[in-house]
Structure formats: C-alpha cells, structure tokens
Design a protein around this ligand. Structure first.
Ligand SMILES: *[C@@H]1O[C@H](CO)[C@@H](O)[C@H](O)[C@H]1NC(C)=O
Ligand SMILES: *[C@@H]1O[C@H](CO)[C@@H](O)[C@H](O)[C@H]1NC(C)=O
Ligand SMILES: *[C@@H]1O[C@H](CO)[C@@H](O)[C@H](O)[C@H]1NC(C)=O
Ligand SMILES: *[C@@H]1O[C@H](CO)[C@@H](O)[C@H](O)[C@H]1NC(C)=O
Ligand SMILES: *[C@@H]1O[C@H](CO)[C@@H](O)[C@H](O)[C@H]1NC(C)=O
Ligand SMILES: *[C@@H]1O[C@H](CO)[C@@H](O)[C@H](O)[C@H]1NC(C)=O
Length: 651
C-alpha cells in the first residue's frame, strides 16, 4: 500500500514536471486574497489562480515574457510583485485593464532589453508605486515606463545606469512624490527636470556623479539625499522664495563650504560628514543661518577650529557631531548658543582645550570626547553640565581629583582665573550615570572619587597599574550596576566590591588576580568575567555567596587546580551557571601533562588526593584536640584556683 502510494506520487510529480506549464496553485501559499509563489521556479502565475486574487507575489521565479497568459488572464490585482525574474518582454497594453493595480514591482529583471524595442508598456492608470530598480536601464529608457503613469507617486530607478535626467523625463508622471535614483551615474540634470512635479517631496540622488548644484529651486522638496556624489557646491536660487527642505544629506562629497541656502530656510537635518571642510568662514560672505537646524554632522572633515559664532543662529540644534576632525580647541561662552543641544560628539580630534562657560549647554546629556589625548581640563568642568548623563572619555590622559582637594583648588583657581587643572573631578556630577575612563593612563583612583555622582556604569579598563584606593568606589553602593576593570594588571583588588549592593555586572578579565574579590550573600552579581587571570583556587565561601544570583561566568585561561575546585566543578556540571567560554576553562592535574578541560574532571580523578574532605577531617581533628586541651586546661585552672583559695585561707 505504502509502496503504491509512493509510486503514485512519483508518477504525479513526473507528469507535473513534464507538463510545466500548466502551473498549479498548490505550489503557492494562499492567504485570503493574497497568493505567494516566491522562489518556485515558475515561468508564470498558476493557471488556476483565484479570480478574486488581489496580491500576487511571483518574485524570484523564471518569468521571461510578461503577458496576459503568464498572469493567468487575471486583471483584478492590487499588488504585483515580479522582483528578480528574467523579464525581457512585456505585452503592450498588459496593464491597461488593471484598474486596481496600485503597486508594481519589476525590480531586478532585464527591462533594458524590452526598452530597446521602444514600446511603451501602456497606461499604468492606477499605479502609485513602481519599482524599476536593477534593470540595466540607461538614459531615456525609463520613458517607456513612465509615459502614461498619471497616479504614480513613488518611483524607484535605483541601481540602473542613468547618466542624465532630461527635462521631460517625468512629464508623464506628474503626481510623483518620491523619486529614488540611488546608485546610477547621473552627471547632468537638465534645467526644469523636476519643475513640473508639484508634489515632489522626496528625492534620492545618492551615489551618483553630480559635481555641483546651483540655483536649487525645488521649493516643495522636503528630503534630498545627495550623499556619495562629487559635489563641490550646493547653492539655492538667489531670489528664492521659502524652501521647504527639511533634510539634506551631503555626506561623502567634496564640499569645502556649507551649502548656501536662503536665511529663512526650514532645514532641520544637515549631514556634511566626510567632505573637505577646512575653515568655516563665519564672518565672511557665507550665509550660515540655520534657525531650524536640529541635527548637524560635520564629522570626518579637516576642521581645525570651530568658531563659537557658527552656532549663533542654530537655536534648535540638538545633535552636533564634530568628531574625526583635527579640532584643537572648543569652547562655548554664550548661554544662548547651543542651549538645546543634547548630544555633542567631539571624539577623535586633538583637543588641547575644552571650556564650557557658565550657563551654557544646560541641556547637554551625552558628550563624547574619546580619542583626544586630553590632559588638562577645568577640574569642575563636568559639574557645570546639569543634564550630563553619559560621558565618554576613553583614550585621553586625564587624572582624577580626590574630592577634598576641590575646595582648595577652587580657591586657588578663582584667584588667578586660571581654570586649567592637572586633574578632573567626578564627584557631585548630579546626573552622570555612564562614565567611560578606559585607556587614560590613570595611575591612581583616589578615595571617594565618585561621591555624590549616581553612576550606573563605570569603565576603568586598560589603565594598567592603576592604584585603586580602598574607598575609591565609596558612594556608589546604591547605583553602580556595571563595573569594568579589564586589562588593568591588577594582582589583588583591595577595593571592597561587596558593599556595592546594586552591582550586577563585573569585568575583571585579563588581570593578574590570584584570589577572587570577596563577596557575601548580599551580592547581586549576575555576570562575572574572570577570564585570563592567575586564579588557582576559587574560594569556597565566595562561590557559595555568588551562587544564588550568578548567571554567567567567564573563567577561561586561568591556571586552575583541578582537585581543589570541586565546588566550582559541581556548579558548572550541574549547569547552575552558564560558562560561555567553557572550552577554554582548563585545570592542572599532576597526573596529566596537559591542562584538562574542566568538564572532563571527575571525582575519581581527585580521589587519591581528595583535598577537600581531607582538609575538613584535619580541621575537625585539630578542633577536637584543641577543645580537649582547652577543657583540660579549664579543669586544671579551677583546681589550682581552689587550691589557691585554700592557700589564702591558710595564710
Ligand atoms: C516571448 O515572447 C516573444 C515575442 O512574443 C517570443 O518570440 C518568445 O518566444 C517568447 N518567449 C517565451 C519563453 O515564451
Ligand atoms: C515607496 O516605495 C518604497 C520602496 O519601494 C516603500 O518602502 C515605500 O513604502 C513606498 N511608499 C509609498 C507611499 O508607497
Ligand atoms: C542617503 O543615502 C545613503 C545611501 O547612499 C543612505 O545611507 C543614507 O542613510 C541616506 N540619508 C538619509 C538622511 O536618509
Ligand atoms: C555623528 O554622531 C551622531 C550622534 O552621536 C551619530 O548619530 C552619527 O551617526 C555620527 N556620524 C557618523 C558619520 O558616524
Ligand atoms: C561619533 O561620531 C563618530 C563619527 O564621526 C561615530 O563613528 C561615532 O559612532 C559617534 N559616536 C556616537 C556615540 O554616536
Ligand atoms: C604588571 O604588574 C607586574 C607586577 O605585578 C609588573 O612586573 C609588570 O611590569 C606590570 N605590567 C604592566 C604592563 O604594567
């Protein structure tokens, strides 16, 4: 019976294979009015496609000729997805009767071949979204698809080979709202090419070869992407009425100056990263008025200074990225400048001086200063930023002030108005939660360094040889959640971590630790990284204390002893805790020449030298002996006292 069924199935599938087409609906997934036939090696739609089908997904198939026959003579489609087929021919007038067709995806086909026949694909009356990307189309070829597309709002011509946008390219598709021409080779845009498109709000010309835009006059455009061109100049029409442009991406071009826009522009987002800005000529002829700007990215340029006056008009600015330049000095002096800025990225410059005037940057929440080699800062600089919560200072040369010194220094400082100090204070920074101080060559971490600062995360990694005071983390008991002390060459941690009640994540990897930090049962450590240390024996009491909360433990690359860590072994083998680097957790056993993987250690291997039980027996024995001796002594003592009393009586 079973064999018969198999034979029958084989026969049926053979017949189906030899007779393709007809293509059958059973190959597809049908969900109400939607039919999904993606990636089924089909040359067309299933012949028995339901009449009411609205969405047909025929993507990733073998359709070559797009005809009424390949669409099973259905015309009620709302959406047709023909992405990634081999279409090189479309029957003229095919879409004429598809009154409901709104979305047509013809991307990744061979429509350049069809375009050579110079036939219009005929009216696309209702189509609102048309995707013609990756079709090898070159200049003029899009005309055959756009000539009669009165409803078209959304057009993608991405990844073709178009070199020129002619003045009449879009004359048959006047409803266009969004055009994407990303990844072509556009060198020229004829005057007036977009002028007739009254609804055009979004234009993506990224990754082309445009060198300059003068007399920009697309008044209704809101989003313009010109990233990855060769632009040297962007200038709007002189007597321009108000522009509605909100977002302008000019990243990865060759701009040496800011774009020139009318003073009443509405620009909110401007990306000028990876250009050739050298100096900002603020007082000169440049119109640098951006009253609505909220996001400005000028990272990866060649700026050596940023004049404070650059920001005078940018009252709304919230994000300012100046990283990866060669800025040597940055200061804010005017309270009105940058008053709404929440994020400043000054990482990877060569800052020598950084000063924030009184009552400036009151909204600043995140400040990135890593990779500057900063040595001197006003020691109270961060206390002046009332909203600062996130501070990245890694890869600098800072020293941390002890809090007591503050008062002394402050008085000295105020006298000679010299604000530079050889150390920076991190105590009393009211809202600071995240502090990154790795790679600062920190030599000492003074007591109470972070007192009255509600740190949640503290990264002190890669400061080898840093001498941490016993009380350096004092004051962080209630807040600190995450402590990183990676690669610090610590041989023993004399700072008490057990009082940090909120601490859950600790990274002590790549140090020289020979003993675990002490923790008691009140600890809440969830993840602990002890990789690459000098641990031989893990203290039993600490492991017991950690056990209830510990979830993840990294322990690889330590010279553990196999038989003196049987408790740890048990924890691992009972999977009470996850050890992600278990493959690298090995231990030393005197009977084996090579280190043994911890998972392979058995009780039997340690039977001969059962250290733990032995030592317990020894302890018990010693205690017994001591107790007996003590008892003996007490008895003797009483007896001798009695005798003494007797003696005194006698005397
Ligand atoms: C596609 O259509 C063309 C022209 O109608 C025809 O010559 C060709 O044989 C067809 N190819 C297939 C695979 O049906
Ligand atoms: C326009 O097309 C893009 C991609 O082709 C799509 O993500 C977007 O949702 C479309 N928008 C409209 C309004 O159809
Ligand atoms: C501009 O286009 C590029 C692709 O070339 C893209 O990465 C970038 O996100 C776009 N910009 C905006 C603001 O969307
Ligand atoms: C500049 O910094 C902002 C905010 O930190 C970030 O969102 C953006 O991606 C950065 N720009 C570059 C080019 O990385
Ligand atoms: C700062 O800007 C640089 C590029 O300029 C970027 O790579 C980095 O991610 C930014 N930092 C943040 C936190 O956004
Ligand atoms: C690490 O500490 C040891 C002494 O414990 C010292 O000999 C060695 O030079 C230190 N290494 C570094 C990179 O500081």
């Amino acid at each position: 019976m079973a064999a018969f069924q198999l034979l029958f199935l084989l026969l049926v599938s053979c017949m189906a294979a030899s007779a393709r087409p007809p293509r059958h609906l059973s190959e597809c997934q049908v969900v109400q009015t939607d039919v999904f036939c993606s990636n089924k090696s089909l040359s067309g739609a299933p012949v028995n496609l339901p009449h009411h089908v609205q969405l047909l997904d025929l993507s990733r198939n073998q359709v070559q000729n797009l005809t009424q026959e390949t669409l099973a003579y259905r015309t009620g489609f709302h959406r047709l997805n023909l992405h990634a087929n081999k279409i090189h021919f479309i029957q003229p007038g095919l879409f004429k009767d598809m009154a409901d067709l709104k979305v047509l995806d013809l991307s990744r086909n061979h429509l350049n071949v069809f375009a050579l026949s110079k036939i219009n694909i005929g009216p696309l009356r209702a189509v609102e979204s048309l995707d013609l990307s990756s079709n090898g189309l070159y200049t003029g070829m899009s005309d055959y698809f756009l000539a009669e597309s009165p409803s078209l709002a959304n057009l993608s011509l991405n990844s073709n080979s178009i070199t020129k946008i002619a003045h009449d390219t879009f004359s048959g598709s006047l409803s266009l709202r969004k055009i994407s021409l990303h990844n072509n080779v556009i060198l020229e845009i004829e005057a007036g090419a977009f002028d007739s498109l009254a609804n055009l709000t979004e234009l993506d010309l990224s990754k082309n070869s445009i060198t300059c835009i003068i007399d920009f006059n697309l008044y209704n455009l809101k989003v313009l992407n010109l990233s990855k061109n060769s632009l040297e100049l962007f200038q709007s029409e002189k007597s321009a009425p108000s522009l509605k442009l909100l977002s302008l991406d000019l990243s990865e071009n060759k701009m040496q100056r800011f774009p020139v826009l009318p003073a009443d522009n509405a620009l909110e987002y401007l990306d000028l990263s990876r250009n050739q800005l050298h100096n900002l000529n603020v007082t000169g002829g440049d119109n640098l008025i951006f009253k609505k700007l909220r996001y400005l990215d000028i990272s990866y340029n060649h700026l050596s200074s940023i004049p404070d006056s650059l920001f005078w008009s940018m009252e709304q600015l919230e994000v300012l990225n100046m990283s990866n330049n060669c800025i040597g000095s940055f200061s804010t002096s005017h309270p009105d400048h940058l008053q709404n800025v929440k994020i400043i990225n000054l990482s990877y410059n060569s800052l020598q001086t950084l000063t924030f005037g009184e009552n400036t940057l009151l909204s600043l929440e995140k400040l990135y200063l890593q990779g500057n080699g900063l040595t001197f800062l006003d020691h109270q600089i961060f206390q002046r930023l009332p909203s600062i919560s996130f501070l990245q200072l890694q890869q600098n040369n800072l020293k941390i002030c002890p809090p007591k010194q503050n008062h002394l220094e402050r008085t000295l400082m105020d006298q000679n108005h010299q604000n530079l100090s050889s150390c920076v204070s991190f105590s009393c920074v009211q809202n600071l939660h995240f502090l990154y101080l790795s790679e600062n060559n920190l030599m000492t971490l003074p007591a109470n360094a972070f007192a009255h600062t509600p740190l949640k995360l503290l990264d002190l990694s890669l400061n080898p040889g840093m001498d941490m005071d016993r009380d350096s983390l004092f004051g962080l008991e209630q807040t600190l959640d995450h402590l990183l002390l990676r690669e610090n060459n610590i041989s023993s941690l004399n700072t008490d971590l057990s009082s940090l009640r909120s601490l859950r994540h600790v990274d002590l990897s790549t140090n020289q630790l020979t003993t675990l930090p002490t923790w008691n049962t009140e600890s809440s450590i969830e993840s602990l990284n002890l990789q690459n240390n000098n641990l031989v024996t893990l203290e039993y009491s600490t492991m017991i204390a950690l056990k209830p909360s510990l979830k993840t433990l990294y322990m690889g690359s330590n010279p553990l002893s196999c038989c003196s860590n049987l408790n740890f072994l048990q924890m691992v083998q009972n999977s009470a805790v996850v050890v992600p680097d278990i493959e690298r957790v090995t231990c030393v056993h005197e009977e084996y020449s090579e280190p043994v993987n911890i998972e392979k250690v058995t009780l039997e291997m340690c039977h001969a030298q059962t250290n733990a039980p032995n030592s317990i027996v020894t302890v018990v024995l010693i205690s017994l002996v001591v107790m007996i001796v003590l008892c003996g002594l007490v008895v003797k003592c009483r007896q001798s006292r009695k005798r003494k009393r007797h003696r005194s009586f006698r005397a």
